[in-house]
Design a protein around this ligand. Structure first.
Ligand code: UDP
Length: 384
């Protein structure tokens, strides 16, 4: 029912944790800026408004991405316009009625996609509805939540606005036929909590149960606890041990939490093991360095918190370009070997301290903590 509020429909899908995180960030951004004026819905249109097999898309992704070569094949096969445009058009015919129902239910005044596979089909169906008088004219915007090597399906020349996070994506969008005036370069939409001022480190550490006097390494195993988490813990224990404290985030991997909690650690090494956390802004602000896979969200958050990073894994294709982004900006390194990663950090805490501190300053210099509100303010202008 219409309640006088402006309705925004955010289209996302749970392929990796980042799309949902971006959708939730946008929702929170609207709430902070405009309070009750907006009603924001977040919808996985593929899972909830398409028939089989289309509704299996997130599961298919989780499967493919476990086998790098399969994902790479799927990503590249779908990359050319001559493939994904006709396929999407054909899919629209099959899924059209159900997707159209979603627009009837949510009655959006603005549609925002935060997923690479949410341009062609929903945009086509929405435009047909508008043409047939089934819905008033409505704008459609894409918020690209990858940093550099984005899939081409992110970029549809027919959108009213497309938000990108880096020069590299801006240029990709231009190459794919979007006009400069359709594009905005603000950065990735990161939860508003990251944009706030935090208490000083000692106070934060005390509240989080961390040691006050030791440099802190935050090890993030990806949403599902991906990456060589246990081996990295061993490497840090062996090469840095009591000279550091380690906070390990295992994501939704409960078995890993148990295993790491029951491990023996060197005397004097302070270790905190956590599952999926909701206080990432505090944990990052309380730490000195982060070891993580090359997720765009995590990288952007670490930059805001001034955390130099060791990238130890990546999802093939869409996260590969994040590695040169980090290394060329000199805000971190890529090191797959847990042993060498630990030795690099030992150096940063020791004889290479000055270089390490310089990296921390560069993180803050290239971070875009205001991107979320910049995007929300601009989206606000797109409501008809
Ligand atoms: N995250 C979180 N709690 C956890 C693990 C991860 O809040 O325990 C968040 C993290 O801060 C980031 C997102 O999940 O915002 C992961 O997104 P990213 O783009 O880095 O990787 P993806 O999971 O999409 O591959």
């Amino acid at each position: 029912p219409r309640d006088g509020k402006t309705r925004v429909l955010i289209l996302m899908s749970d392929t990796g944790g980042g799309h949902r995180a971006s959708a939730e960030a946008l929702k929170a951004g609207f709430e902070e800026l405009y309070g009750d004026k907006y009603h924001v819905d977040v919808l996985d249109i593929w899972t909830h408004h398409t028939p089989y097999p289309f509704n299996q898309m997130p599961k298919t992704y989780s499967f493919l991405v476990k086998y790098g070569f399969l994902w790479r094949a799927a990503f590249n096969a779908w990359q050319p316009r001559v493939v994904h445009v006709p396929c999407s058009t054909a899919s629209s015919v099959v899924v059209g009625r159900r997707v159209s129902e979603a627009f009837d239910i949510y009655q959006p005044d603005l549609v925002v996609s935060v997923h690479p596979l949410m341009q062609h089909v929903p945009l086509r169906i929405m435009r047909m509805r508008i043409k047939n008088g089934m819905q008033p004219p409505t704008n459609f915007a894409t918020v690209v939540t990858d940093l550099t090597t984005c899939h081409n399906t992110w970029f549809h020349p027919g959108v009213d606005r497309c938000y990108v996070a880096t020069e590299a994506s801006l240029n990709q969008a231009l190459r794919l036929g979007l006009k400069r005036e359709q594009l905005r370069l603000y950065g990735l939409p990161i939860r508003p909590a990251f944009g706030r001022a935090f208490p000083a480190k000692p106070k934060l550490r005390k509240a989080l149960g961390m040691a006050l006097d030791k440099p802190a390494i935050l090890l993030v195993g990806g949403g599902e606890g991906m990456g060589p988490v246990e081996k990295t813990v061993d490497g840090v224990a062996r090469h840095i041990g009591a000279d550091c404290q380690l906070v390990v985030i295992c994501g939704r991997n409960a078995k890993l939490v148990e295993k790491l909690k029951n491990k023996e650690y060197p005397a004097g090494m302070h270790v905190l093991i956590k599952g999926f956390v909701t206080n990432m802004p505090e944990l990052m602000s309380a730490s000195d360095v982060i070891i993580t896979k090359a997720g765009p969200g995590t990288i952007s958050e670490a930059l805001i918190c001034g955390l130099p990073m060791v990238l130890n894994a990546f999802v093939p294709c869409q996260e590969e370009g994040n590695i040169p982004y980090v290394t060329e900006n000199k805000v971190g390194v890529f090191e797959k070997s847990p042993e060498r990663a630990a030795k690099i950090i030992r150096g940063w805490f020791g004889e290479r301290r000055a270089e390490f501190e310089e990296m921390g300053r560069r993180c803050k210099a290239i971070a875009k903590p205001h991107a979320l509100f910049d995007i929300c303010r601009d989206l606000n202008t797109l409501v008809r």
